[in-house]
Design a protein around this ligand. Structure first.
Ligand code: FE2
Length: 153
């Protein structure tokens, strides 16, 4: 039996995970890694770890891997095709001290940053959701964000 979101006549759960959820159990589904398409994987990965203060990137097959603290890796992969390297958005939840450090590195490098994702409020930090947040671009125009409080508070 497959998963069919259109199914209106369902009599019960269609998977064991769904059954567990319906019984109030916990099912662990975590994002483990994703590919970040870029033009220079070493430069992009290095840029990210330096700004965020993360461990040096590692390599895995064709990927240059940046590990963040919630068991998630960003796997940088080079692509010559402009259509593949389209700006994406990556947001990082950080502590107050980390925010200060990252913000300091952005200022030190003279990088442009914004309070909003559409780049309408330059050189500003937002206080959305009672925390602090800002956006800046990586070398391929991927929109990076740090926040101290998740969206919605
Ligand atoms: Fe965001």
């Amino acid at each position: 039996m497959g998963l069919d979101p259109q199914r209106g006549d369902r009599a019960g759960p269609v998977s064991s995970a769904e059954a567990d959820r319906e019984q109030g159990g916990l099912v662990a589904v975590k994002l483990n890694h994703t590919i970040v398409h870029c033009h220079d994987k070493r430069a992009s990965a290095q840029f990210l770890v330096e700004i965020l203060g993360l461990p040096e990137p590692t390599t895995y097959g064709p990927f240059v891997v940046v590990q963040v603290d919630n068991e998630l890796s960003l796997d940088f992969l080079e692509d010559e095709d402009e259509d593949v390297v389209r700006p994406q958005h990556y947001a990082f939840l950080v502590g107050e001290a980390e925010f200060d450090q990252i913000y300091g590195r952005i200022l030190e490098r003279g990088l442009p940053y914004w309070a909003d994702p559409s780049h309408q409020r330059p050189q500003e930090v937002n206080t959305n959701d009672g925390g602090r947040g800002l956006y800046w671009d990586d070398p391929d125009g991927h929109v990076l964000e740090i926040i101290t409080v998740p969206y919605g508070g």
